[in-house]
Design a protein around this ligand. Structure first.
Ligand code: ATP
Ligand code: MG
Length: 773
């Protein structure tokens, strides 16, 4: 029993405390953003260890990112003042890799298996589509990759799929052929793709109950953060892990925490029902709800509450805080994405000048393509920044080339890796030779790597067979090195022997120079790995590389602004948050329009973004954006309308987009006029009048031209309207009110109006739908 004076319980509210102290088979903690779900999980772990109710090795905590896992471990360590060694705090994927490495030999893999990232999977699928001429059936690489991924997340393997496949549908038959070929190729390469990591672990547990029992007995306490985003395979995994053992030993206790309003992975098969059905599936589950938010100001929370309340079919919960209202949310409309980026950078500089650290600020966007404009302005302004997730360092061609050597050494069965390095750097091994080698391997039922040893028997010219023999010798030599030496030594030898970096440098192409630097960066990563893992093997290194998940970074650069997608932002918090590109087509993303529940999921994504902010929130958009290869007029996101106007101060409002004098001239003024309040700060200006448009848009997205026309039709011109303080006016949406004050001049005159029922608003007189009474 912990006493209430125990630091572990210090400062917890009664519900949080209950969640930390509850002991029973199943506990569900449902709560809104920032209410302490993750903190409570961490304290629960600490309290189990502290109370000697569990050994560290009996704890399995599953988090969303490796970064979150590291944070949880660190906090638990702080609380316990002791090492947490032996505890499994990791992502679904890394837990499964650990299990699979130990158990792979049970089902025809070796523990050196390679993990294929989505790029590798696509390369394989592309080849299969070509070989089977499936493109004539309308099958695309991304279509097939997406379908295979979805099937695996549903735990449907190729055999069970084929049992239900429609044999009269030629496209389906073709797909099945590819799915089968893909499955075989992975098996032959001793490789798992990302979705396999989870699915195969579940299959393993089902096929080998004694193996499963071993883990069930080990993990007496299983905890899952961000439970709302688990897909079926992950759900099944949790279920398998916490079941009763064959000898009657009861399963371990299960604690899950989640917020259905933050479910943003339906496209990956995440299923909100996992939360609603928890009580049914885990009998006797205890439920705790948390409502007090400890992260954000009331203004930010009220905006979040208001936005999310537009989703149907949800349990209404209102977040509240006792930290007070704080600053207003700031809105900004740029002329272009660059203009918007400039606003972000200016605000960041201003906040920094006021003492906020760069690492306490983050910029979010819906799609990675938005980083280009942001990066340009960040670089130009010499502000330190880093991109979380999006850099895809390990997806760069030069990195994959070099890793190809390491993978070949660790897992010689992986022919994808062998093909990659065969003629990289160029050594005169052309496609015909590659095919010859592959055929030789197939005929003799050996791996491609083995075939390299027999190049002599292929009747190739002396130059080519010499090159192959040299490559094979290098692989042998490096393999021997890898057995005992550090990873950095292996890589150094490969770089020396192949001359990869020198060749890049020799081209004098600045792009190649950057590539050479990347390879050197990889070398630095291996050195770091060797230092941190004196016992670490090449396989360990490659595992770490494959599992660098979205929110993880090569180095933990502090003192930089973090840029990331809204998806990556989940679970994180920052003092100041900028949500950029809050536009139709981006947020909600145009791909979501046709999806059932698409716009609702996009709204949850916006909600996730808003609720990351502790003190300051900025929302911004651009009036035109270059995207999908062309520059388009961008429309403010429907979700902006859902933030109560009194919570947001528009430095430059979307209303300006209605001006007759054209986007351009206003935009060019934008920099200078930003703070003059001229564009109706505090009010959406002309947008109030397009309410009908918003609603119908929500129900059925209209083609943009029609939508744009609707807006232009509504343009008013009150340029001549004379208003003075004390005048009574009537507004199309807000009803009647009294003018308190007029600021600005000419086309930028703003009326500060106290409406009788709608509260205080600021209106751009020129375009607001108002009449003098
Ligand atoms: P999300 O839904 O975004 O994942 P969460 O529910 O997991 O959020 P936490 O990240 O655990 O919330 O907590 C949000 C913030 O509130 C953290 O900074 C945490 O330290 C703080 N916090 C949580 N509980 C308390 C408390 N009782 N007293 C003071 N601060 C708290
Ligand atoms: Mg959390």
């Amino acid at each position: 029993e912990l006493s209430s004076a125990d630091p572990l319980l210090n400062g917890l509210n009664p519900q949080q405390r209950e969640a930390v102290e509850y002991r029973g088979p199943a506990l569900l903690i449902v709560a809104g953003a920032g209410s302490g779900k993750t903190s409570v999980l961490t304290r629960r772990i600490a309290s189990l260890i502290r109370g000697r109710e569990a050994w560290p090795s009996q704890i399995l905590a599953i988090t969303f990112t490796n970064k979150a896992a590291a944070e949880m471990r660190e906090r638990a360590e702080q609380m316990l003042g002791a090492a947490t060694e032996g505890m499994w705090i990791s992502t679904f994927h890394s837990s499964c890799v650990r299990i699979l490495r130990r158990e792979a030999e049970n089902f025809g893999f070796t523990k050196a298996f390679t993990i294929y990232d989505s790029h590798d999977s696509r390369t394989l699928i592309k080849r299969l589509i070509k070989e089977t001429e499936a493109d004539t059936y309308g099958l695309s690489v991304s279509g097939v990759a997406g379908k295979i991924s979805r099937l695996k997340n549903e735990l449907t393997d190729v055999d069970s799929y084929s049992r239900n496949a429609n044999v009269n549908d030629p496209t389906e038959v073709k797909f099945l052929e590819i799915f089968r070929g893909y499955t075989r190729a992975l098996q032959a390469a001793n490789a798992f793709d990302f979705d396999d990591l989870i699915a195969q672990t579940v299959f393993l547990f089902r096929a080998f109950p004694h193996v499963a029992d071993h883990y069930r007995k080990q993990f007496r306490h299983v905890m899952v953060d961000e439970y709302q985003d688990t897909n079926h395979a992950q759900y099944a995994l949790i279920h398998e892990l916490t079941r009763e053992c064959a000898d009657g030993t009861p399963g371990g206790s299960l604690t899950v925490v989640g917020d259905s309003d933050q479910s943003i992975y339906a496209f990956r098969g995440a299923d909100i029902r996992n939360i609603s059905e928890f009580e049914r599936d885990f009998k006797g589950a205890h439920v705790v709800m948390l409502e007090q938010n400890y992260r954000s100001t009331q203004t930010i929370l009220s905006a979040a509450n208001s936005v999310i309340s537009n989703n149907f079919d949800r349990k209404d919960k209102k977040l509240w805080t006792d930290v007070g209202d704080g600053d207003l949310i700031v809105g900004f409309t740029g002329y272009s994405a660059h203009d918007e980026a400039q606003f972000v950078v200016d605000e960041i500089s201003a906040l920094h000048a006021q003492g906020m650290g760069y690492n306490e600020m983050a910029v979010f966007y819906r799609t990675n393509s938005q980083t280009r404009a942001l990066e340009e302005i960040f670089i130009r302004s010499a502000l330190p920044y880093r991109i979380l997730g999006g850099t895809k360092f390990y997806e760069r061609a030069e990195i994959k080339d070099v890793l190809g050597y390491l993978v070949t050494i660790a897992n010689p069965a992986d022919s994808l890796a062998v093909r990659r390095i065969l003629n990289t750097p160029k050594r005169g091994i052309g496609p015909a030779t590659e095919t010859g080698l592959q055929n030789y391997a197939d005929t003799n039922q050996i791996t491609l790597r083995e075939a390299l040893r027999s190049a002599d028997s292929l009747g190739l010219g002396p130059k080519v067979s010499g090159a192959i023999a040299k490559l094979s010798g290098l692989i042998d030599e490096a393999t021997a090195l890898a057995e005992s030496g550090p990873v950095a030594d292996v890589l150094t030898r490969i770089l020396e022997e192949t001359g990869y970096v020198d060749l890049l440098r020799a081209t004098r192409d600045p792009q190649d120079e950057a590539r050479a630097e990347n390879v050197e960066e990889l070398l630095a990563v291996t050195k770091e790995f060797d230092k941190n893992n004196p016992e670490g093997t090449l396989i360990d290194f490659l595992t770490e590389v494959s599992l660098v998940a979205a929110a993880d970074e090569l180095d933990d650069a502090s003192g930089t602004v973090s840029l990331m997608t809204l998806h990556t932002a989940k679970g994180l918090e920052y003092n100041a948050v900028f949500i950029t590109g809050v536009e139709e087509e981006l947020l909600p993303h145009r791909m979501s329009a046709g999806e059932p529940g698409g716009p609702a999921e996009e709204r949850r994504l916006f909600y996730v973004g808003i609720t990351r902010a502790r003190k300051r929130l900025f929302v911004s958009l651009a009036m035109s954006r270059a995207q999908f290869g062309q520059t388009n007029v961008a429309m403010p996101s429907r979700y902006l309308q859902e933030i109560p106007t009194e919570l947001i101060e528009w430095r430059q409002s979307p209303g300006m987009a209605n001006g007759r004098d054209g986007y351009q001239s206003r935009a060019l003024n934008a920099r200078g006029s930003r703070y003059d309040g001229g564009f109706g700060s505090g009010e959406l200006g002309g947008w109030g009048s397009t309410e009908g448009g918003w609603n119908s848009l929500e129900a059925s997205p209209k083609p943009k031209t029609e939508w744009a026309n609707r807006v232009t039709n509504k343009i008013r011109d009150n340029g001549d309207l004379e208003l003075v303080a004390g005048d009574r006016i009537s507004h199309a949406d807000f009803g009647e009110g009294t003018v308190n004050q007029i600021t600005g001049e000419g086309a930028k005159r703003v009326a500060h109006v106290k409406f009788d029922s709608a509260g205080a608003k600021k209106l751009l007189i020129k375009i607001a739908p108002i009449e003098k009474l």
